[in-house]
Design a protein around this ligand. Structure first.
Ligand code: THU
Length: 296
């Protein structure tokens, strides 16, 4: 999922990373296999109040507002509306535009405190709630509301943000997040897009893609993008990495094996291409590796 951010207020960047992951997961759980985009504006209470008054005639601030671009028939959601998604294709973005979300950051943070859960859970929840609306879910009648709640919980569970905030994400989700990360690959020279999703021991997921350069040697692989993002956000231990390419097994290159070995010599490496999934421990991919212990 492409998130087009418009950020008018101070916000912890870690929340943005989590929201990206939750957005990718939402499409996966809904069964949407097309590249989609949503614009997300993060603002303060005065701004959301004004938008609520102007567009909905409701004279108060709120946590999240959604403005869908697609008119789904009653009872139909994005996973079953491929034709409608195709009609919403934005040529410039090369993605189906689902609509706009407005989220009040101070409202979200106050709500998190009131409900006694983390800002992360609240940010993920509001984004997922809004995206569910943009995918055709509603909560006007009780049956619809149950369906929407069930989908929201499914998505939040998958990113480890369920109510108890304890659940670890599954291999299936990690693989799906590697597939989504590939959408953001910058690989005009090789045409070989790679996505990675790295799971840290504290439950966070860091996505990465390959980023090429006209000066070819400066290319950064997807795995190292994910690893460097994670390390720079303070993650120190890692349990699994999923890597995705379109049509051949994306086992990590030698440089990436060496970098993974530095921080996670026992990490599980999962690769996926087409319908295939394979797994090997890093220790099998880099036997007799040279690492920090070698210098001790
Ligand atoms: N690539 C990765 O992202 N990960 C690997 O482990 C192997 C290769 C990328 C780098 C380059 O952008 C493209 O794949 C072709 O080599």
């Amino acid at each position: 999922m492409i998130l087009l951010w418009e950020i008018d207020t101070a916000v912890d960047p870690a929340l943005l990373t989590l929201m990206q992951t939750a957005a990718d997961c939402a499409l996966h759980m809904e069964g949407v296999r097309r590249k989609c985009a949503v614009s997300v504006r993060l603002c303060d209470d005065d701004t959301i109040h004004e938008i609520n008054r102007e567009f909905r005639g409701i004279d108060r601030a709120t946590d999240v507002l959604s403005f869908p671009m697609i008119n789904y028939p009653q009872g139909v959601t994005a996973g079953k509306a491929d034709k409608l998604l195709r009609q919403a294709l934005d040529d410039e973005l090369n993605a189906c535009m689902l609509g706009d979300l407005i989220i009040s950051v101070p409202h979200a943070l106050a709500q998190a405190e009131e409900y006694g859960h983390s800002p992360e859970r609240e940010a993920a929840y509001l984004l997922v709630h809004g995206i569910c609306h943009l995918m055709g879910y509603d909560h006007i009648d009780p049956d619809d509301q149950r369906r929407m709640r069930a989908m929201e919980e499914k998505i939040l569970n998958a990113v480890g943000m369920s109510r108890d905030e304890q659940q670890q994400i599954s291999d299936e989700t990690l693989l799906a997040l590697a597939v989504s990360a590939r959408e953001r690959s910058y690989s005009p020279y090789s045409g070989y897009a790679v996505g990675a999703a790295l799971l840290s021991a504290d439950g966070r997921v860091f996505q990465g893609c390959n980023i090429e350069n006209a000066s070819f040697g400066l290319t950064n692989c997807a795995e190292r993008t994910a690893m460097f993002k994670a390390l720079s956000e303070g993650a120190t231990e890692f349990t699994a990495i999923a890597i995705s390419a379109e049509s051949s097994a994306p086992w990590p290159c030698g440089a990436c094996r060496q970098v993974l070995n530095e921080f996670a010599p026992d990490i599980r490496v999962l690769v996926t291409w087409g319908d295939h999934v394979e797994e090997a421990p890093l220790s099998a991919l880099l036997p007799h590796g040279f690492g920090p212990k070698s210098l001790a």
